[in-house]
Design a protein around this ligand. Structure first.
Ligand code: 5AD
Ligand code: SF4
Length: 480
């Protein structure tokens, strides 16, 4: 019988109470732990896999790791669900609608499995870390073959093999603080831009958010591993890296060294990579050194995603965000004053428990003051196990929808105004590929999507584009 890396062969189910714990236990940096046993290297021969990824860039990057692991077992990727022998859903737990989408898609998978029983199906990602989800899969979705958590990706070969061998549902989800894994393989989706994890987990525990429970404690990667990864990307012709973390500004705070995000940004800039982005920032940890690094290095892009969440101090306090509206605006103005041509976007939640009309008006006021380049807006979603799920939610759905609509109208107005500033101007665009309408597409340094007229030879290059038309969510232009 195959055993798991922890030596057991029993199921490991998620536990939110354990996931909440933070101890001073040392984070292990594991550089040699990923291995595919010889007898599993051909398990996927003549079998195709299909991965559907939900949620944030962290998940997108995890899927790139999962793809490489499956290919180490001789599986081959397909983008056609109907052709797949293995179907994996890499899920997101941040809001209820992400849940619903996954369960909706599972219906399609079940249907396919009825006509092709050999199909192996699996669920991973943040939803796999949730007790209620896994209980539901265990009880009502017995036909789902494997479930593995965000800390268990490394053990995918064994989990898969055990399920195939025993023909039973195999669940392995650890609710632990987590380690740093350095030798996971990666199959990148792009040849030009790459996601680079700089840290894992989150210790902020904003009261509405499930992430600190699904992703473990904050663990920064050591600078040398990150810099070597970026150097290798440069050698392989990559033009852009996005440094990823739930809360990148806090990078390094958990390392026993005097090295923070500003230092990392400068060192990554020295690798010569053409474009550096980072996400996501928390206003709380945004220090002056980081602002100076962005200002000083031409290859750090003038783009900051700075989640506001709410413009009401009362709600910010209930959310556990640890800043006031005044402090947020002060930082916003500092960024605008110091970083030339900076584009700032945000996340906003409406309908947090107890949000009054006046609280909401204060959010609108901040939007009017900051005039964001763009914003992701959400209705509060109750996540089981978080403190906010126990707060009295006394705002009606109708009212929440009304507030979201009003907020979106304002956000769109400013997004359009921000884009108008590009009309008839020349701007640099990294051409990433061919879009749905057959034209080229890429992004400006300020992260604006541009549909570009031009030849395919420009894919993978940074080119000058003249903006000829402006929409709320994108720009049109031609190469000059
Ligand atoms: N309900 C609604 N939005 C949420 N977000 C995180 N948790 C929730 C929730 N429970 C939003 C925040 C965060 C973004 C990634 O998702 O705005 O910044
Ligand atoms: Fe969630 Fe807050 Fe951590 Fe962001 S900083 S992942 S919103 S807990």
């Amino acid at each position: 019988m195959l055993t798991f890396s922890n030596g057991s062969d029993c199921m490991n189910l998620p536990n939110l109470n354990q996931a909440r714990k933070r101890t001073s236990k040392e984070v292990l940096i594991k550089t040699n732990d990923y291995i595919v046993k010889e007898n599993l290297k051909e398990l996927g021969k003549n079998r195709k896999y299909y991965i559907k990824t939900y949620g944030c860039q962290m998940n997108v990057h995890d899927s790139e790791n999962i793809k490489a692991i499956l290919e180490d077992m001789s599986f081959e990727e397909t983008n056609n669900l109907e052709d797949a022998d293995l179907i994996l859903l890499n899920t997101c737990a941040i809001r209820e609608n992400a849940h619903n989408k996954v369960f909706g898609f599972l219906g399609r998978v079940k249907h396919l499995k009825e006509s092709k029983p050999h199909i192996i199906s699996g669920i991973c990602g943040c939803m796999a870390q949730e007790e209620n989800v896994v209980n539901q899969i265990k009880d009502k979705y017995k036909w789902v073959d494997i479930v593995f958590g965000t800390h268990n990706i490394i053990n995918l070969p064994n989990i898969l093999a055990t399920s195939m061998q025993k023909k039973e549902q195999e669940i392995e989800v650890y609710s632990i603080e987590g380690d740093v894994l350095e030798n996971l393989p990666v199959k990148r989706d792009s040849k030009y831009k790459a996601w680079v994890n700089i840290m894992f987990g989150c210790d902020k525990f904003c009261t509405y958010c499930i992430v600190p429970y699904t992703r473990g404690k904050q663990r920064s990667r050591k600078p040398e591993f990150i810099i070597n990864e970026v150097k290798e990307l440069v050698d392989n012709g990559y033009m852009e890296v996005t440094l990823l973390g739930q809360n990148v500004n806090a990078y390094g705070k958990d390392l026993n060294m005097d090295y923070k995000m500003g230092d990392l940004l400068r060192d990554v800039a020295k690798t010569g990579i053409k474009r550096i982005r980072f996400m996501t920032s928390h206003p709380w940890d945004f220090d002056d050194d980081m602002i100076n690094a962005i200002k000083d290095c031409d290859n750090i892009m003038p783009y900051v995603h700075l989640p506001l969440q709410s413009g009401s101090d009362r709600i910010l306090k209930l959310m556990g965000r640890r800043y006031t509206k005044e402090k947020y605006i002060e930082l916003y103005n500092k960024l605008k004053a110091n970083i030339k041509n900076v584009s700032i976007t945000t996340d906003i939640i409406v309908g947090f428990p107890g949000e009054t009309e006046d609280d909401f008006k204060q959010t609108l006021q901040v939007v009017n003051e900051c005039k964001y380049d763009s914003a992701f807006t959400f209705i509060f979603s109750k996540r089981e196990g978080t403190p906010a799920s126990k707060m009295e939610d006394n705002v009606s759905l109708e009212e929440k929808n009304k507030r979201l609509y009003e907020l979106n109208e304002l956000v769109n107005k400013y997004a359009n105004e921000a884009n108008q500033r590009y009309l008839n101007k020349k701007t640099k665009v990294l051409i990433e590929g061919i879009g749905e309408k057959g034209n080229l597409f890429g992004y400006t340094d300020t992260m604006k999507l541009v549909n570009v007229d031009g030849s395919e030879d420009n894919i993978g290059k940074i080119v000058d584009v003249l903006i000829t038309d402006v929409k709320t969510w994108s720009l049109d232009g031609k190469i000059v």
